[in-house]
Design a protein around this ligand. Structure first.
Ligand SMILES: *Cc1c(COP(=O)(O)O)cnc(C)c1O
Length: 369
């Protein structure tokens, strides 16, 4: 079918991105989706049963399945602003300017902030791109505050306040803390680490390294807030109706989380590591490339990647474009640094990536001669 339609398959040696189609769903996930697609259900009952199972698997009080981490951010913001009132919720995004402020760390401000604002919340930023101080959070909290949102990422660590401190200050004033950990897997322990630290809600994407449906995500955390997610979220009418997860996405996400929990994490790391080492070994020294394996994903996850330090006469951008023309996505780190991530590669695809990269390198060398 794909050939007939002219849909071009790509190889993903970069990372899980929605524009590349996310990740690959496993057989268990597809089977769960197929099975539930055959029947009609009570969607609230399915949400509760699967939510309870996911909560138990991930060592949390409660879980709510949504259509993605972005949808999760919107619903979490709405739940924190509504404070249990269905009347208030139904008026969103009109908040009447009551308790509708969401505090963010300026250094964590990113493209997904819009998902919070789409609930009607108003974002109040604290700190700057270099540092964030206790007194800034303490001073920003008022009776207008609905929640503090915190984005976990190694990219923001330097200027951020540690999550423990944010939780302590916010909880002293009875303000909930919502953590966006959309891409923070592996390690699997992150499923319970942030809630264990006291975060009220934590959000994960289903379509990244979990390899669930691309249009799925999960909110984990406090039982009472998860109850409000069930009350206010889809299929209920209101702004979060647009965050609808189908029964297939729900069943698929559950199957993906179950498979993820059952996976031997050490073995999986070894599998990825040996691919990263193969890329390093085969590319190191080619056209004076210096290749290294580093042990972290782009936002601090625990999976390996192969970094390619290019000589100064080769542009990373040009090499990336050359690979793109061969229908292969690779990562660009800096002007002269590229990387290959094994996360979404099959062994056979890795061979293709290495061969294509060698051929692009020769092309670029001919150009500079
Ligand atoms: C990917 C990502 C999201 C969005 O996840 P979806 O499941 O695609 O909606 C939100 N926040 C962060 C930090 C992300 O990395």
């Amino acid at each position: 079918m794909l050939e007939e339609l002219g849909i071009q398959p790509y190889i993903n040696a970069h990372d899980t991105y929605t524009v590349y189609g996310g990740s690959r769903m496993g057989r268990d996930v597809l089977e769960a989706m197929r099975e539930i697609s055959e029947i009609f259900v009570d969607i609230y009952e399915v949400q509760r049963i699967l939510g309870n199972r996911i909560a138990a698997l991930t060592k949390n009080e409660g879980a709510y399945i949504t259509n993605g981490a972005a949808g999760g951010l919107m619903l979490a913001a709405a739940v924190c602003m509504a404070k249990g009132s269905i009347f208030r919720y139904k008026n969103f995004p009109d908040t009447g300017k009551e308790a509708d402020e969401v505090i963010l760390l300026h250094c964590q401000h990113n493209a997904y902030d819009k998902a919070i604002e789409s609930s009607g919340a108003r974002i109040v930023k604290i700190g700057d791109s270099d540092e964030t101080w206790d007194y800034e959070l303490e001073g920003a909290i008022s009776d207008k505050t609905a929640a503090v949102f915190y984005f976990v990422s190694s990219l923001y660590e330097r200027a951020s306040m540690p999550l423990e401190k944010v939780i302590k200050i916010a909880h002293e004033k009875e303000i909930p803390v919502v953590v966006d950990a959309a891409a923070q897997l592996p390690p699997v322990e992150n499923f319970w680490k942030f809630t264990g630290m006291g975060a009220d809600l934590v959000i994960f994407s289903g379509g990244k390294s979990l390899c669930g449906p691309q249009d799925s995500g999960v909110i984990l955390g406090r039982r009472d807030l998860i109850e409000d997610c069930i009350r206010f979220g889809s299929p209920a009418h209101g702004i979060c109706r647009s965050c609808k997860a189908s029964k297939e996405a729900m069943a698929g996400l559950y199957a993906a989380i179950k498979a993820y929990m059952e996976k031997d994490q050490k073995k999986e790391y070894q599998r990825l590591y040996s691919m990263a080492v193969q890329a390093k070994t085969e590319l190191d020294g080619v056209c004076r490339i210096q290749a290294d394996v580093i042990e972290n994903g782009p936002v601090g996850q625990t999976y390996p990647r192969t970094f390619l330090n290019l000589p100064f006469n080769i542009s990373a951008e040009k090499l990336k474009d050359c690979m793109r023309k061969k229908h292969i996505y690779i990562g660009l780190e800096q002007e002269h640094i590229l990387y290959i991530s094994p996360l979404n590669l099959k062994q056979q695809e890795l061979e293709t990536v290495i061969t294509a990269l060698k051929s692009c390198l020769l092309e670029s060398q001919e150009e500079t001669l």
